[in-house]
Design a protein around this ligand. Sequence first.
Ligand SMILES: *[C@@H]1O[C@H](CO)[C@@H](O)[C@H](O)[C@H]1NC(C)=O
Length: 304
Amino acid sequence: MKFLVAVTLAIVGSAASASVGLDNGPTPVVMWHGMGDTCCNPMSLGHIQKWIEREVPGVYVHSLKFGKTVIQDEESGFLTPVNKQVEEACATIKNDEKLKNGYNAVGFSQGGQFLRAVAQRCPDPPMKNLVSVGGQHQGVYGIPQCEKLPAVFQFLCTMGREAISAIVYTGLVQDHLVQAQYWHDPLHHDKYVQHSQFIAEINNEGPSPKDEYAQNLMKLQKLVLVMFEDDNMVEPRESSHFKFYKEGQSKEVVDFNESSLGLKDTLQKMRDEGKIDYLSTPGDHLQFTETWFLQNVVDKYLKH
Ligand SMILES: *[C@@H]1O[C@H](CO)[C@@H](O)[C@H](O)[C@H]1NC(C)=O
């Protein structure tokens, strides 16, 4: 999702990070943009990349781009199947010599859960900290910013969520629309587990959970989950904190430990070990200031 960065004039003390040796520079950073956005938009990720480069001298930042052009990059966020994008991201990361000793990752909106899939499927090179900014880790029940969807899917926007649910797990929609691949219908749990191409699979729902997903996720040093307290796009916004509607209804939101998520023991273990940090900040989806980002993300998770 595209967003404007509210610029504040507050100057954040930028004690430059200490030893920046040739072989031992700061940990590189990989970013994955949100829906309707691109790798390098000067109003969003291009801007954020500059903040990180300024605050962490010598850092290498790789903002993932899908397709050859910026237009293709934006389109991919709607139309390129998630599993294919994750595969492409894994290859890009693996082929980038500068990332070979590991990296920290920052995902914006859907980029948050997509980067988690990279951590779970492609542990080499290692992802160290994963910061998910407004991600949807248990999917959504409500299409975010429907009016931005490609014309061919605009018909969904006049439909209620139960009507969308009735068609979103059909091959035609599931195969072609990225947002359908993280659609999570809490009222029809079995259907969700059976047909969701991405989010159910990556969360180890269903009868054949992948052990390596749990093991690889545990390799993260920190999983940082940022939720926007007034998020009007992500339904429910608590999905950013790995929470979701209780199975069988669409009102009450419960934590992962009260769900059927195959990853729940792993997440519980990570939480017990202090590996999950929950952050929340006032504001709508992806609305944050430079000061907030520098203090809460860059200083804490991208400087080592
Ligand atoms: C789940 O975790 C929450 C903390 O988020 C805790 O309050 C609750 O008791 C736990 N529920 C179960 C069933 O363990």
